[in-house]
Design a protein around this ligand. Structure first.
Ligand SMILES: NC(=O)c1ccc[n+]([C@@H]2O[C@H](COP(=O)([O-])OP(=O)(O)OC[C@H]3O[C@@H](n4cnc5c(N)ncnc54)[C@H](OP(=O)(O)O)[C@@H]3O)[C@@H](O)[C@H]2O)c1
Length: 328
């Protein structure tokens, strides 16, 4: 059977990506063949699709780190034709063919049955971005974070992870504050649940090892100076979940926040999350942490042959919410 895929090559003819035809028997191996219904665009997809970041560890591969769809065939009896499933990360578009394709073959250990309470479409508006935001909260709570300790600040607030983090934190009973480079979007962020919005451009971080504490914790998508600044202003025993590097990869801080305030930095690596934690998090996302504003967080729908401008905007720091990718 022939189908279309957004495939990335890197060979003697250079790094290139685009739509091409392929056959099901050319896909990476796995027990479950899925007819894709939706995927989504994440920062990593923009890096992979343009060659601006080293995401793929072998070539060629189909792009797309997320997919949701219906089982077309399965050699694992745990899945039957027509079952709705989803997968985020788990090597898609890194070591195996990813979700920007009409058909995707998954290893059954990574195919998650769509939890009751979510549609396939909703699962991909959430996608890796929402899974990452939820994983950040999950790890913070494991390390003692509670709503009573005070507000949690989210950086890169108008991006996919940022918007979903604000919504999920609010569902979970936290007071979410937002730091954004887009001051004209304060009202939008307040509509998602943010209790306070701060312009990134007006933030000032002094170079003292500790500043007056301002937040009980943080979900950081930016890294660099932002993360260093945050490390100096978190209340005693707070957590910073480090999700992203949209603003840089360096981290210049001192030991003082750790030995005086007991700060914890929690690394968030969504792609490699263990299956048991994945199951827990998707249950939360379908239930008590289900974002209430998915219809507004999904700001764009695109075919998988319309992704180049979406990638360019994302890499320019101009993302706003989530782009859903549809098939058929
Ligand atoms: N660890 C993981 O497992 C994991 C999973 C998913 C994503 N990520 C990472 O998390 C970050 C966000 O991902 P995403 O999908 O939400 O991307 P996104 O939709 O493109 O959002 C990124 C946001 O970061 C802010 N930003 C962009 N450039 C910046 C700069 N130079 N300095 C400061 N802020 C900047 C912008 O928000 P404002 O204009 O509102 O400030 C932008 O909307 C990325 O670095 C991504 O690689 C990590």
């Amino acid at each position: 059977m022939n189908f279309r895929a957004f495939r990335i090559h890197n060979d003697a003819n250079g790094y290139r990506a685009g739509i091409e035809e392929m056959r099901v028997d050319e896909l990476s191996p796995g027990e479950v063949l899925v007819k894709a219904a939706y995927s989504s665009v994440n920062y990593k997809d923009a890096l992979a699709g343009t060659g601006k970041g080293k995401i793929l560890r072998r070539f060629p591969l189909n792009a797309g780190i997320d997919v949701a769809g219906y089982v077309a065939a399965s050699t694992d009896p745990a899945f039957k034709e027509g079952d709705a499933v989803l997968c985020t990360g788990c090597g898609l578009s890194e070591t195996r063919d990813g979700g920007y394709a009409e058909y995707v073959r998954l290893e059954s250990k990574w195919a998650i049955p769509l939890p009751a309470g979510l549609s396939l479409r909703e699962s991909m508006v959430i996608g890796t971005a929402g899974f990452t935001a939820a994983l950040a909260l999950y790890r913070m709570q494991q390390n003692g974070q509670t709503p009573e300790l005070g507000p949690i600040v989210v950086t890169g607030a108008t991006g996919g992870v940022g918007m979903l983090a604000i919504d999920i934190l609010t569902c979970a009973g936290y007071s979410a504050h937002a730091i954004t480079g887009k001051a004209d979007q304060f009202d939008f962020l307040i509509g998602l649940g943010a209790k306070q919005c701060i312009s990134r451009k007006e933030l000032f971080w002094s170079q003292r090892p500790l500043e007056t504490a301002r937040w009980a914790g943080a979900i950081d998508n930016v890294g660099g100076d932002m993360l260093a600044g945050l490390s100096r202003v978190i209340e005693p025993c707070g957590n910073i979940a480090i999700c992203g590097n949209a603003g840089g990869i360096e981290l210049a801080t001192t030991v003082m926040p750790f030995i005086i305030r007991g700060l914890s930095l929690l690394g968030i690596a969504s792609a490699g999350t263990a299956r048991s934690i994945r199951d827990d998090i998707w249950q939360h996302l379908a239930d008590d942490w289900k974002p209430r504003n998915l219809d507004r967080i999904e700001t764009k729908e695109a075919g998988f042959d319309e992704l180049e401008p979406v990638f360019a905007k994302m890499l320019a720091g101009e993302s706003f919410g989530r782009t859903l990718v549809r098939f058929g």
